[in-house]
Design a protein around this ligand. Structure first.
Ligand code: SF4
Length: 245
């Protein structure tokens, strides 16, 4: 197990992650491969998956995320998005990240490659993480409110965001981060269920199910409005201080 901040709290995640894996296995045994409202399935009397004692915890979380990714790949809840997407964009990064970045939705490049935050905005986000925060991109986790690209890069519809919320929550339930950084108004407003503008949401912490949430500007906005880099850096410094960095 590597030393460093990303191992902090990992042991505390063990029971919750194992319970989630067991529940996913229960769902699979019940023939549920595409989840609408998640049916309540009683945990098996005997755990379906009992990780080996020496199995790295990250393997358990990787398996749990893979199960969610399979459901996302098969998802057709948003008919237009499912019809027009090239790939679903599930998320990327460490399955035991302390920090999860949440953006809006895949763009054309992300849709083509199935990866979140690539292209110019992705490069700027990588710079914020690696040059600004002195973290490695692979040690945080990056995902979006939507896992499919809205045609023409339009904003997600409320119904689409609601459809995809279950996947976001399931990913968070596996990762169990301490912090979320919302990138841009769409991510912040959807996650926090508010209509407040990003200018009022940024610069302070919010709560989402016990996770500390900081909102800041989207990297694509920073590319168009360089003057917003200064307040964004102020937000990132606030986040770093809270993370103990
Ligand atoms: S955006 Fe989310 S809910 Fe909608 S089709 Fe894609 S994976 Fe399913």
């Amino acid at each position: 197990m590597p030393a460093g901040p990303y191992t902090v709290g990992m042991m505390q995640k063990t029971q919750a992650v194992r319970a989630m894996v067991q529940r996913l296995e229960s769902l699979q045994r019940a023939g549920v491969t595409h989840l609408g409202k998640v049916p309540q399935v009683e945990p098996a009397a005997t755990p379906a998956i009992e990780p080996a004692r020496d199995q790295p915890q990250s393997d358990v979380q990787t398996a749990a995320l893979a199960a969610v990714a399979r459901d996302v790949a098969a998802c057709t809840r948003c008919a237009e998005l499912a019809r027009t997407r090239k790939h679903t964009v599930f998320g990327a990064g460490s399955p035991h990240a302390r920090l999860v970045f949440v953006g809006e939705a895949p763009g054309v490049d992300e849709d083509r490659q199935g990866e979140p935050f690539i292209g110019r905005a992705g490069k700027l986000l990588t710079d914020i993480i690696e040059k600004g925060m002195k973290l490695r991109r692979k040690d945080v986790y990056i995902m979006n409110i939507l896992r499919c690209r809205p045609p023409g890069n339009r904003n997600p519809l409320p119904a689409e965001a609601a459809n995809c919320r279950e996947f976001l929550d399931r990913q968070l339930a596996v990762i169990q981060p301490e912090f979320i950084c919302c990138l841009g108004a769409v991510a912040a407003q959807n996650l926090l269920e508010t209509t407040a503008p990003i200018g009022r949401l940024r610069g302070r912490f919010h709560d989402y199910r016990g996770i500390k949430v900081l909102c800041t500007y989207h990297p694509a906005y920073l590319l168009r409005n360089p003057a917003a880099k200064k307040p964004t850096w102020d937000d990132i410094k606030l986040l770093m201080a809270e993370m103990g960095g």
